[in-house]
Ligand binder design. Sequence first.
Ligand SMILES: NC(=O)c1ccc[n+]([C@@H]2O[C@H](COP(=O)([O-])OP(=O)(O)OC[C@H]3O[C@@H](n4cnc5c(N)ncnc54)[C@H](OP(=O)(O)O)[C@@H]3O)[C@@H](O)[C@H]2O)c1
Length: 297
Amino acid sequence: MSPERRSVAVVTGATGGMGQVIALELARRGMNIITIARDPRRAVDLQEQVLRTTGRAAVEVIAGDLSTRTGITTAASTIAARVDAIQVLVNNAGAHFPEHRLTADGVEMHVAVDYLAAHGLTTLLEPQLRRGRARVVNVASDTLRDTRQIKFLGRPRPATLDIDDLADLARLNPRPGFVPFEAYARAKLLTVIAGYDLARSFAGEVTVNAVHPGIVATDIIDDLVPRPLRALAPLIRRSLLTPEAGAAAALRLATDAALEGVTGRYFVQKTGTTTPAITYRHDVQQRLREASDRFFS
Ligand SMILES: NC(=O)c1ccc[n+]([C@@H]2O[C@H](COP(=O)([O-])OP(=O)(O)OC[C@H]3O[C@@H](n4cnc5c(N)ncnc54)[C@H](OP(=O)(O)O)[C@@H]3O)[C@@H](O)[C@H]2O)c1
């Protein structure tokens, strides 16, 4: 295949953790990779690994911070100017913030990084995704089905969402009563809600699925370990999935021929499962869509 005919995968958060593995594996399979990095120097490792493994300089890095509206829209327009069609979009970038922080746009950080980045790239790149008959994979987190950090105490506590807050995304995850893990889970819940809506509107051309990769030993985990267990962090890390094992779930959704046409689903690793009832409500999906479109307009 000549380089200009190669298919394109956009993978966010490929400077480390699972994203790096996902990007490397897609490059190994012959795709050209585009990633967006706050600090492009952090993507050098990936570029070198891909060059070593495939013999091709197959990773293009776009500088950009996906926590801001400008970062997201600039990244999308840069990609749109460079490629006509995208075959795979893995919205993998994500973060957990122990403190309440607002972006320059006035939205809470989890809402920005763990929801708006994925939603913005997917909607702003719609023509390229449609032309590529793309698979979109949103890396979510099963915290959306259970926000308890210590699972053996009590019963599962799904992420909550006050639908009135969808009138304005700046109302989500407010400072009063801020609980970081719940705020993270709520943002992932939004990604799943929006994904179900996008899967319907893209039907027949683009598939959109979400996945929980398992509990994986990456940088994000240091923040996610509950405070009382922090001293045990190195031990905990050793008991978790490797980034390679965690990346397998998103890679499967992005590439497995057996999943051709599968869309609007949520997977815990390989297993398709249901999400909280609110995620399936069309009125909630519609409100979120309108608020998100207003944010990017
Ligand atoms: N690890 C787990 O157990 C687990 C479980 C469930 C879900 N997840 C999800 O899996 C995904 C990958 O996470 P990981 O575990 O591989 O963690 P990670 O190693 O911390 O990787 C996160 C990636 O996201 C990027 N990122 C963060 N904020 C960004 C921003 N504002 N703009 C651009 N890029 C940004 C980071 O880039 P920098 O190099 O700039 O920091 C990094 O490449 C995330 O969506 C996470 O929520 C992880």
